[in-house]
Each structure stands twice: as structure tokens, then as C-alpha cells.
Design a protein around this ligand. Sequence first.
Ligand code: SAM
Length: 380
Amino acid sequence: MSQDLQINSLSLSLSRYPKDAASDLRAWNAADELLIEFAAELSTIPQHILIINDEFGALACALLAHPNFTNSHISWLSDSFIAQQALAQNLQVNALDASQRLTLLSSTDTMPKAELVLMRLPKSLNYLEHQLIGLQQSLSNDSQLACGAMVKGLPKSVFGLFEKHIGSVTTSLAKKKARLLFGHYAGGKSAALYPKAWNIAEYKWQLNDHANVFCFGKFDIGTRFLLEHFPQDEFESVIDLGCGNGLLGLHALSLYPNARVSFCDESAMALASAKNNVALNHPEHLTRCSFNHDNALQHQADESADLVLCNPPFHQQNTISSHIAQQMFKDAKRCLRAGGKLIVVANRHLGYHPLLKSYFGGYKLLASNNKFVILSSTKR
Ligand code: SAM
């Protein structure tokens, strides 16, 4: 559902992506409002603005619509496919022509020079650290860096990371439970810390993960459990849905020597990590792989797979929700051929059983322990 963001004389109609008529969750929060107010009050208008981690495009839309910034160029950097789609949708609805004034960048791109950086605090501290190190390329001593955060999601360690990689930090007053951190760049240069090499000895895997990947540098216990219960069969077309660093797809490449494996994730760093990890462990199988930046399986052809492996997320950006899992199960059903299987690992308390029953007409319990269940549904 669309809602109107009103700040000073600005009025924008904004919605999340995908649009959900039943949801009244807004496409911006109080931290975005503080960032927009801060930018609008600047006495010197920046030529180059860098926006980072804009969840649903509210920051970019507000600056593009604001009369102060008609001659500014905006670079917009995000890891998220959903954020990119939300931005495109909100630009269109508000008739904002961004073609000459906006450059889209991925999380793995180098950060451009900017006099003003507006960023939303990312959830992952590793990713924050990666971004602060990257910002050393874009900031000069005169640049302004404002980072918007909700007070409850602002651990003390964030200040330490700013001090280590940027310089001193000051803060705004809190307003509607949000505040801004201002980083004053002192000119330091840190060694790059990401992507980071690690390994999983029991599978003899060498890994190289980007900063914003799920369970960075650790072996998730749900993933481990599913790896131990892979179906023993012949498959031709396998999807690692929500692939993270690609461990499920990596195992599928070894177990199913004739299968094409499609790695799908909404995070660009997840896909870049999965690609790194296939290249490190099975370079000879790269030609059997594809890496797809997508929202669930939106761009995957109908009836094109015979196995979908999925350890679904239970939040979108900062909001806990089962709607991504639902979307994934629904898309998996559409993309599976008759007789194809969806295998899901999940915390027992998440109770995905009724969802699978409603989409597939049933499910089998393949394995369970005190924390997880592995469920399998077959397309009829
Ligand atoms: N498969 C990996 C594993 O088992 O280690 C990662 C699982 S992690 C619980 C869920 C993954 O889903 C994350 O990598 C996240 O980026 C991805 N994800 C979240 N929302 C998504 C969406 N809408 N479409 C595709 N992937 C999504």
C-alpha cells in the first residue's frame, strides 16, 4: 500500500516492494526523515551526493524531488534487488525523471567521490565496516557524512567502527526514536578487510565471503543440517533459492554431476560470494551455474527445475515476516516441473507446514532435531 511522505513542502507517494495491498508498513522510517531534513537544511548545495542503503528509495526520491538538489548528481548504492525495484517503482509513481541525475551502483562497486553522503545504518556490522572503509575513497576532509539509525538498532560498537575508519563522530538529538551520526573524516586509510577467506574442513571447502552475506564467516546450523539430508537422486536442474554464500548449491554441484545449478538471492554480495565459492572449489563446474539477482524466483521460467533447495529468511530488511518464505514457496511451485521437489530447512517454531500444504497439497518430514525440521513437498 502507498503512503504519503510529507516533509516541509515535499509530498511523495511511497510504497514498499513488492506492493502488498494488505500491509500498512511504510516505505520509510524516522531515520529517513531525519536524513532528508538534514540535507534540506544544508547551506552549501553539494554537486555529488552518495546515498547508501536506501531501503525502498525514499531518500533518492526525496532528494530528486527537492528544489535544492536540481543540479546535484546522486549516486545510489545498494546490495538489495528489492531496494532497486522499490526505487524504480517509487520514481515512476512520483513521475521523477532520474535518467540524467541518478547513477545506480551495486554493493560490490567502488564508492564514488561525494561531498555529501547520506546512509542508513545497515543491519550487519561487517557490512557497515566494509562500507566505512569504502567511504575513505569518496570522502574528503570537507565532505559531510550523515548516517541515520533507529536508536534501538544502534549498538555501541557502531561508534567504534566510525572512529576506527572515519574519525570523530557526533550525533543529532533523537527524534521519533531515530538519530543521525555525523562522521568527520580524518583522512585515514584502512586495509580492505572484505571479502574474507575462511574454510569448512569437514567439506574441504575454501570460502571467500563478502561482508553482507548471511551468517558471515560461520557455518549456519540450519544449513549444516540440510547438507546432511540432501536427496539422493538424479537431478537436471537445481535451484539454490536464497543462496547466501552458496553452500547448498556447492554441495548440489558435487552430488548431482549432470545438474545445472541456479544460485538466486536478492543480495548482490550473496551472489558474488556464491560465485567466489564455486570458483574456489569447483572452477570446472562454473559453466553449469547461473547467478541470479532476483526477488525469490520472479525471473525464473515456469516448470524449469526439478529440485529447489531453500533455507528461507524470516525477515525482510529489518522487519520479521513470513511473507518472503511464502513468496519463495509459491514461486518454487510455479518453477518446478511435475514430480519436482522443494526441500526446506527451518526452525521448528516457524511452522511452515501449513504454508507448504496450502501450495503443494502436502509435505513430508524428512528429518528433525531439537531446533530444525526439513520438509519436502512434491509438485503434482
Ligand atoms: N542458503 C543459504 C544458507 O543456507 O546458508 C542462506 C540462507 S539465509 C537464511 C536466506 C537468504 O535469503 C539470504 O541470503 C538472503 O539474502 C536471501 N533473501 C532474502 N530475501 C530474499 C528474496 N526476497 N529473494 C531472494 N533471496 C532472498
